[in-house]
Write a protein that binds this ligand. Structure first.
Ligand SMILES: [Zn+2]
Ligand SMILES: [Zn+2]
Ligand SMILES: [Zn+2]
Length: 378
């Protein structure tokens, strides 16, 4: 197994920096600097080309960024901090006093903190899945990162229960998977992505608290949920692009595939990932072709979530599994750059923040390649 950082590690680390004085200072400084540049450029443009409205807006935006950046910088310099010692690796972190969670940037352990800096951390064990989480004794109730039930640090209560449809074991209603037989219990995608209630897909603290096993079940749950959505109209109902959800699934899978205990189970999932991707390619193709025939134009695709978002995490899995891809029955390497885009220009030749689809020939080929593979492999 390789020791390099996973995509998920990179994602989590950048999300933690604003909880430290150094990180917040950098953000404030960056904002101020960007504001100075924008204001300077706009003023030069106004004196050179005249007061076009977008130069004036640029100047006002630049001034706003400078003020915002300076206020942010000031607050991050005077905001009180506390010292937190990671329960797993004993690394000491200086973070803002009001931070109620922190992911140790040294060992990736999620630390659930209390408002009271005197409270020390201890491992709390999930009464259902057994995951150990570093939490202070008066930390707020939290969702178990692995199994998804609501936990209190000192409680053995798993909440209301039901029977597992796979094996009949008594399982908590909120659980993502059955600890007895491994069946997936929660595959309702809408409930994963409701931003107002809890957006589990983008809740990085929740995801960072997972063990490799938790990452595997999360990846599986997203895949199963995506498979429940079959056609174009259904996909409109979900909060994110289905490609984004597949991307997040692959990102978690990389974490699980790097661990010896879950590596093999990740491998067994590879053909299902290819089948899910085959369906998404087909969906993407149908969205593009029906949009083209309805509007007769290839502009306006910014509203439709079509992009190659999954390729980066997919490449990492391909590298990680290498020869094993065949062994597990995967289709193999996915092709990139399936859509050809061109930036739209204004009548005066100025590039606009808009793209036009030039062609989707490679998407058609890729979709056919996957469809043929699905027909052969099933
Ligand atoms: Zn640590
Ligand atoms: Zn749990
Ligand atoms: Zn079961």
């Amino acid at each position: 197994m390789n020791e390099q950082r996973t995509l998920f590690d990179v994602k989590v680390r950048s999300h933690q920096s604003d909880k430290t004085k150094l990180g917040a200072t950098k953000t404030g400084f960056g904002m101020t600097l960007a504001g100075v540049l924008l204001l300077g450029l706009s003023i030069v443009a106004i004196s050179w080309a005249g007061t076009y409205w977008y130069f004036v807006i640029g100047a006002i935006g630049g001034a706003g960024l400078i003020i915002g950046g300076l206020i942010y910088l000031l607050f991050s310099l005077i905001k009180p901090t506390k010292s937190v010692i990671c329960l797993k690796c004993a690394h000491e972190h200086k973070i803002f006093k009001n931070a109620l969670s922190y992911v140790c940037t040294n060992c990736n352990e999620l630390l659930l903190l209390s408002k009271d800096p005197q409270q020390s951390l201890a491992f709390s064990t999930c009464p259902y899945c057994g995951l150990k989480t570093a939490a202070s004794s008066d930390a707020a109730p939290f969702l178990c990162p692995d199994c998804g039930i609501m936990r209190r640090t000192d409680s053995k209560d798993v909440g209301p229960q039901k029977e597992c449809s796979g094996c009949g074991f008594r399982v908590p209603e909120e659980a993502i998977y059955c600890v007895s037989c491994g069946s997936m219990l929660k595959t309702d995608l809408q409930s994963w992505t409701e931003k107002e209630i809890k957006d589990l897909v983008n809740d990085l603290d929740w995801r960072a608290g997972k063990s490799p096993r938790g990452h595997l079940y999360f990846a599986k749950a997203l895949l199963h949920s995506l498979n429940a959505f079959q056609n174009r109209d259904n996909f409109k109902d979900i909060e994110y692009s289905p490609f984004h959800l597949l991307e997040e699934s692959l990102i978690s899978l990389e974490v699980a595939a790097n661990d010896e205990k879950t590596h093999q189970d990740c491998g067994k999932l590879l053909p299902e990932i290819d089948r899910t991707y085959a369906r998404l390619l087909n969906w993407e193709l149908s969205v593009i072709e029906s949009t083209l025939s309805e509007s007769g134009s290839s502009e306006g695709f910014d509203k439709i979530p079509v992009k190659d978002a999954c390729i980066t995490p997919r490449r990492r899995l391909e590298d990680l599994f290498g020869e094993e891809l065949q062994k597990y029955g995967s289709l193999g390497k996915w092709n990139a750059d399936l859509l050809k885009w061109e930036q739209v220009k204004s009548p005066t030749g100025r590039p606009l923040d808009k793209y036009r689809l030039v062609n989707h020939d490679k998407l058609k080929q890729e979709s056919t390649r996957f469809a043929e593979w699905v027909a052969k492999s099933s």
